[in-house]
Design a protein. Structure first.
Length: 364
């Protein structure tokens, strides 16, 4: 064991932190590694990347965590509790499997896998090793989305009328299957978190387009019904000139807008009909004279993952998540699988498979 590894183990033991290796030192891995290093829950115990210079550079920037070319080397050389997978999508499943088989908890870049079937394989492996598996759906744990969840679950919005989601970006991710797998997972994860019944649609209808001839859909629409038959629409576009991420949830009393691109991840509320009483809202919302009462939350892009890594540590420490590792991520995969089938049938409604692991439905 080298001096860096010994130092790192010493730090972890001292502070009772969970030791974690970040696998993949690219855009996502670097950001996550920084967040982990700043967290009191975690000890950044190793960095892995086959690009040795990239791994060394990230290690240097973040206080000298030992770095390796492969996950196997890291598992051999450093005592780890957990692995965070931020490799290109085609390596995610194999890398996560290696970690789970070694008995390590795993935090996996979104989406959790490239199909529901492969997601279920990861869940089964996590369950058989009694470790926590979680997808990096970072928005779901931010204060703004937590607050939105409180509003929806408390019934403050009234009866749900419709849900409208827009997620656009400016460049296709060549590693992803298409725009749905690239941009929809985070929005679907938010809906699963905040809708009173989660993502429980029986079928979806979707169609996509590839106007630039890239070989995969870059623009797409997804429609599905909520439990009370209200309509939900999700628009994704990778060829836009602006980056947008907005979720509108309209109820019979109040309509809420979550805007992931505005500073502070703002949440805004308006009465659905003029003259409706907003009396169920906290005082600071009611007192605003703006047409939309707006509140900001501390959630810059860097901040989003702060809440995620805290939640991941909580699930490990409280053994919460051992019984059904990230059922939410599986429901997202089930929707994406159904979207793919619907697209291949020109938008025909396609059933959403209920996620099933080890012979039983995965509970929320
Ligand atoms: N960048 C984003 O905004 C974004 C958003 C959502 C999801 N993702 C997903 O996150 C993952 C990483 O994306 P990124 O943008 O950081 O990619 P990236 O290309 O910037 O970084 C990937 C890194 O992984 C390394 N790598 C390749 N094979 C490896 C292996 N077997 N073991 C360890 N490291 C390996 C590469 O050398 C590279 O440094 C992808 O699955 C991507 O789809 C990225």
């Amino acid at each position: 064991m080298n001096a860096d590894a010994e130092k790192s183990i010493g730090r972890a033991a001292e502070a009772g932190r969970l030791g974690i290796a970040v696998i993949g030192a690219g855009v996502r891995g670097s950001r996550l590694a920084r967040t982990l290093q700043e967290s009191r829950d975690w000890n950044l115990a190793a960095i892995c990347d086959p690009d040795a210079m990239r791994a060394a550079e990230l290690s240097r920037k973040l206080g000298g965590a030992p770095h390796f070319g492969t996950i196997d080397e890291a598992l051999d050389c450093v005592p780890l509790d957990t692995v965070a997978v931020a490799t290109p999508l085609r390596f995610v499943h194999g890398t996560a499997m290696t970690a789970l088989r070694a008995g390590k908890h795993a935090l996996v870049e979104r989406p959790l896998a490239d199909s529901l079937e492969r997601g279920l394989e990861l869940v089964a492996e996590a369950q058989s090793n009694s470790v926590v598996l979680m997808a990096n759906h970072a928005h779901s744990f931010t204060p703004a989305v937590q607050h939105l969840r409180t509003l929806t679950l408390s019934g403050s919005l009234g009866e749900l009328l419709f849900v409208d989601v827009v997620r656009t970006g400016t460049l296709p991710d060549p590693a992803q299957r298409d725009v749905f797998w690239d941009l929809a997972p985070e929005s679907l994860a938010i809906l699963d978190r905040v809708l009173p019944e989660g993502l429980n649609s029986r079928e979806v209808s979707a169609f996509g387009g590839d106007p630039l001839g890239t070989g995969r859909d870059c623009v797409g629409h997804v429609n599905f019904r909520l439990g009370n038959d209200a309509l939900a629409h999700l628009y994704v576009n990778r060829l836009s000139c602006v980056i947008r991420h907005q979720v509108v949830i309209a109820g019979s009393r109040l309509t809420v807008l979550w805007d992931g691109m505005r500073p502070g991840n703002q949440l805004s509320v308006v009465a659905s009909k003029p003259g409706w009483d907003t009396g169920t809202l906290p005082g600071h919302w009611r007192e605003s004279r703006q047409p939309w009462n707006t509140e900001s939350f501390p959630a810059a892009i860097h901040g989003q993952e702060t809440h995620l890594v805290a939640e991941f540590a909580r699930r490990i420490r409280e053994a919460d998540g051992l019984a059904s590792p990230d059922a939410s991520a599986l429901r997202v995969l089930a929707m994406l699988d159904a979207v793919a089938v619907s697209c291949s049938r020109e938008g025909m409604a396609s059933p959403v498979q209920p996620p099933v692991a080890a012979g039983k439905a995965v509970k929320p």
